[in-house]
Design a protein around this ligand. Structure first.
Ligand SMILES: [Zn+2]
Length: 314
């Protein structure tokens, strides 16, 4: 559906600057950079990590080596078969379970790390631990949810960077099932369906939607990875025939890639695991690369199950 307005027209019409009501200034600056990159036809590079599980008392030391590695990755040559060097990432994406349990201390540690130690803007989604914690839903304070809503306007949101449309739905987790493998919720799939074609920001444009140009590459980010999804077909059906080039996931604490019904799934690594990895993602007009970097060994991962290097032109 086209409503005849470009995003910029709509924003001018509304008399507000892009995302100004819900996205921090640092991210607004990054959005401008991202748009500039799109105009110049440059690739988009971003880094991915997940399941940082900052403990209740806020000790963030497990995240330091990963952050320091991300800060140093620009200019590093990729493996020969990929080619080129790592660009400065436009942002870093955390696929959820930011905290082990949503305490003020854990939230503050994360905020401090992404604003003071990490040199790039950060986007994130919430995971089951941020929502409720490993000990069950009852008694979990809504600290991360409230922080998230202040940051993005709602628990689900979208953003644009480098000509790519990112759709980041919240999918509530059901602790009562006693299983880490679960359905993506109907609400999350409704959000996906709606926002594959249209921007939606409750703060920015209440009741109004902004259309996404047809064919625009789209990335969908979920906390549950492909292996944890118990309704994969319904999820892929929700993506429809839009140009979704990749679905990001976390939750299982291990980098892994795969393809299902022509959809690329990229599972992001966790600092809370046996692997000291962060994933570097490079999207050009015709190729998508996702490759983890092992910062303990100081080298690229060579496990084929963890590397995506595919053609994406449509
Ligand atoms: Zn999780």
């Amino acid at each position: 559906m086209s409503i005849g307005y470009t995003r910029r027209d709509m924003l001018q019409f509304l008399g507000v600057s892009a995302m100004s009501m819900s996205i921090p200034k640092r991210l607004q600056d990054a959005q401008k950079d991202g748009k500039g990159k799109k105009a110049a036809g440059k690739p988009l590079t971003f880094f991915g990590w997940s399941d940082t599980h900052i403990p209740v008392h806020g000790d963030g030391s497990k995240l330091w080596p990963a952050i320091d590695a991300m800060n140093k990755l620009p200019d590093k040559p990729y493996p020969k078969n990929i080619g080129g060097i790592v660009d400065t990432p436009t942002f870093v994406f955390n696929c959820g379970d930011i905290t082990e349990w949503p305490t003020h201390q854990a939230k503050k540690t994360y905020e401090d790390l992404i604003t003071k130690r990490l040199r790039y803007p950060s986007y994130e989604i919430l995971g089951n631990h941020d929502e409720a914690g490993a000990d069950g839903v009852e008694g979990a304070p809504p600290i991360m949810k409230e922080w998230f809503k202040r940051r993005y306007g709602d628990l689900s949101y979208t953003f644009d960077q480098g000509g790519i449309h990112f759709v980041c739905p919240f999918s509530a987790y059901d602790e009562s099932l006693g299983s880490p493998a679960q359905n993506i919720t109907t609400e999350a799939m409704d959000f996906i369906r709606k926002n594959l074609h249209r921007h939606y920001s409750p703060d920015l444009v209440p009741e109004k939607l902004i259309s996404i140009p047809q064919g625009r590459p789209i990335v969908v980010a979920m906390h549950l990875c492909f292996d944890a999804m118990t309704n994969r077909d319904a999820f892929v059906d929700a993506l429809g025939d839009t140009n979704v080039i990749m679905v990001l996931g976390g939750h299982y604490h291990k980098a892994k890639v795969g393809s299902y019904r022509d959809v690329n799934f990229v599972q992001l690594p966790s600092v809370n695991s046996a692997w000291s990895e962060v994933t570097v993602i490079r999207i050009t007009s015709d190729r998508l690369v996702a490759i983890p970097y092992d910062y303990s060994k100081g080298q690229w991962v060579d496990d084929r199950e963890k590397i995506l290097n595919v053609k994406i032109s449509k």
